[in-house]
Design a protein. Structure first.
Length: 347
């Protein structure tokens, strides 16, 4: 029996982590535009101190991945996913299964980077989850998302963790569970694809906020309060976007939030720490190898709460700090005095 080959699109840390998870049971074909990465994998079975078995191969040919692999993991940044899937589309069919690992949003036709974008012009129909982008750009039907506490560095080290495979299709959930489950990696299944995607994208905003508190050495009590009230805010946003709060109370929600909002291995948390220590956001972004998804999600969340008048003081404060140069101490003190009506306000 010829072993199946599983494709991975994207050579960031999470893509490399998935390659390591898959390699004990299947052949892996990893696509990246970086020839330095693919050449290193093919020549030395390693890249930046990450070692791979010899059944992991690299390629710069997107077409070959689509033609050779019926199951493909897409792990790119949210700003690039539409372009990548558009390029893949001519070589994909309904026979393919696509699972993405991207925690962010797509926004058309507006450019969220434009600070003059008008809140009233942006509606929920303009904001797409990553699975919606895949369905719009390709003929693929069976789509899923890998969600949950997925700190890539820990997965690569073989530390224990669990994840959620969210899809409307049993076949996708079973396929991913069979492929990824291992001694240190447990896979849950969920049919709430939209809820899991919203949780994954929005929690990055709170992770940046938590990093700011850590950067100012404000302690665990403040961190716990921020994560708890931040969870409430992102649930409110998700509910008006058609998601359910249940997804936020499981592994893909609070589990992922805790991991991302407390670990320096999280890009979003680390970004917040550096902002608190006085670095400019643009300098932080330029110094990082991979995208800080929470910065883009923060802009989109800010537009949503303005357009739909959602009470979200944490998100509003973090937006003001990062994009309007508000003083961090003033913003934190203002948050501490915010007149919350109740403790749990999303049930």
């Amino acid at each position: 029996m010829i072993p199946q080959t599983i494709g991975i699109i994207g050579g960031g840390k999470f893509g490399l982590a998935i390659a390591k998870l898959l390699s004990p049971t299947v052949d892996v074909l990893l696509y990246s535009r970086r020839t330095s990465l693919t050449d290193s994998i093919n020549a030395d079975h390693s890249y930046r101190d990450i070692t791979f078995s010899d059944n992991v191969r690299g390629t710069n040919d997107l077409k070959s991945v689509c033609q050779r692999c019926r199951t493909i993991y897409i792990v790119t940044s949210s700003v690039h996913l539409r372009k990548v899937t558009h390029e893949m589309a001519p070589y994909l069919s309904p026979e393919h299964i696509l699972i993405h690992g991207t925690k962010g949003f797509d926004l058309l036709p507006y450019e969220i980077e434009d600070p003059n974008a008008i809140h009233s012009q942006i509606s929920f129909s303009d904001i797409k989850t990553m699975s919606e982008v895949i369905l719009e750009e390709t003929d693929v039907i069976r789509v899923g998302a890998i969600c949950g506490p997925n700190l890539a560095a820990e997965i690569i080290e073989g530390l224990p963790t669990a994840t959620v495979i969210a899809s409307e299709y049993d076949e996708v959930i079973k396929k991913c569970r069979d492929l990824l489950t291992g001694p240190s990696f447990f896979v849950f299944g969920s049919y709430d694809l939209r809820g899991a995607e919203l949780a994954g994208a929005l929690k990055n905003v709170i992770a940046i906020a938590s990093g700011i508190l850590k950067g100012r050495q404000l302690g665990k009590n403040a961190e716990a309060m921020l994560i708890t009230k931040g969870l409430s805010e992102i649930i409110k946003i998700a509910e008006v976007m058609g998601g359910s709060y249940e997804a936020f109370l499981g592994t893909a929600g609070i589990g992922d939030l805790i991991a991302t909002a407390t670990s320096e291995k999280s890009r979003n948390f680390s970004c917040g720490m550096r902002i608190a220590q006085g670095e400019k956001t643009e300098d932080i972004v330029a110094s990082m190898d991979e995208v800080v998804e929470g910065l883009r999600s923060l802009k989109i969340a800010h537009h949503i709460i303005k357009r739909y008048r959602i009470v979200a003081p944490i998100i509003s404060s973090i937006y003001s700090i990062i994009y309007e140069d508000s003083d961090i101490e003033f913003s934190i003190n203002k948050l501490m005095r915010f007149p919350y009506a109740s403790d749990v306000d999303f049930l």
